[in-house]
Design a protein around this ligand. Structure first.
Ligand SMILES: Nc1ncnc2c1ncn2[C@@H]1O[C@H](COP(=O)(O)OP(=O)(O)OP(=O)(O)O)[C@@H](O)[C@H]1O
Length: 254
């Protein structure tokens, strides 16, 4: 069953059409990677799906409901979670506090209103559990501002998981990381995948990572959907190779 569909999804900035008539159908609990050269429209597509941007035309259906005009906060509540290319954590809070805030927001409880010690304790425990999932329990009391970039990305994933959304939009989770930091993130994403209860959309440039994880790959080029298929089909596809696969390797090998 398809969990997410877009029909003729389009956005133009001035004269430039950044996302051009995209029709997607994403299977529930599948892992789909979105690839394409710089400027292809990948992040803009995520911004449309998560509600940061509204399309010029076209529509988005999530679980058969038209969400095209809904604000991003409502989309999160309905089950669409998004991680950002730019780290999105509170620097002056500890690692645990950051995750606890995300747990609280999922529980629908305002920070100031937490009086009940037991619910506070439960949220703390859940936050701690999530930190264990991303292998950051040891840094629970560290200030977020003191973390290395890769650690911040892991924290961000823990915060995203706290929202318990069915659909995860991961925008280059390994961006800006040193080579040593990449395997830890990869392991976290593999674990999320093998837990089997989420649908994942991933924007990535690292081809080995994409080939290992993806059920499907979508190729964007100049705002258009160039090809879609299994990892094998995409690797063997001549249009994709001619359009940019060679260039992609050149641009993004670390
Ligand atoms: N808010 C905006 N205003 C004007 N132009 C924009 C805006 N956001 C994106 N664009 C343009 O839309 C095009 C697609 O950009 P987008 O960031 O989606 O590409 P991308 O595939 O994510 O690239 P990258 O791999 O570099 O992240 C680019 O030409 C970009 O300059």
């Amino acid at each position: 069953m398809s969990i997410l569909k877009t029909q003729d999804l389009t956005i133009a900035f001035g004269g430039q059409v950044a996302v051009n008539s995209i029709n997607l159908s994403i299977e529930e609990k599948s892992f789909t990677s979105i690839i394409g050269p710089n400027g292809a429209g990948k992040t803009t597509l995520f911004n449309l799906l998560s509600g940061q941007l509204k399309p010029t035309k076209g529509s988005i259906l999530f679980k058969n409901e038209d969400i095209t005009r809904l604000p991003s906060t409502i989309r999160t509540r309905k089950g669409i979670g998004r991680s950002f290319q730019i780290t999105n954590v509170f620097p002056n809070l500890t690692v645990l506090e950051n995750v606890r805030l995300a747990v609280q927001s999922q529980a629908g409880v305002r920070y100031q209103m937490i009086k009940h010690f037991r619910s506070y304790k439960k949220m703390n425990e859940e936050a701690y559990y999530l930190l264990e999932q991303v292998m950051m329990a040891k840094q629970a009391d560290a200030l977020a501002s003191n973390l290395a970039h890769g650690e911040k990305r892991k924290l961000e994933i823990a915060m995203l998981l706290a929202l318990k959304t069915e659909l995860l939009l991961l925008d280059e989770p390994t961006a800006g990381m040193s080579l040593e930091e990449v395997p830890a993130i990869l392991k976290i994403i593999e674990d999320i995948k093998s837990s089997g209860n989420r649908t994942i959309l991933l924007i990535e440039h690292k081809m080995d990572m994409i080939m290992n994880l993806s059920d499907r790959i979508i190729v964007l080029f100049n705002g258009r959907l160039l090809e879609e298929g299994s990892p094998q089909e995409i690797m063997n596809n001549e249009t994709v190779q001619n359009a940019y696969l060679g260039g992609l390797y050149d641009d993004h090998t670390a």
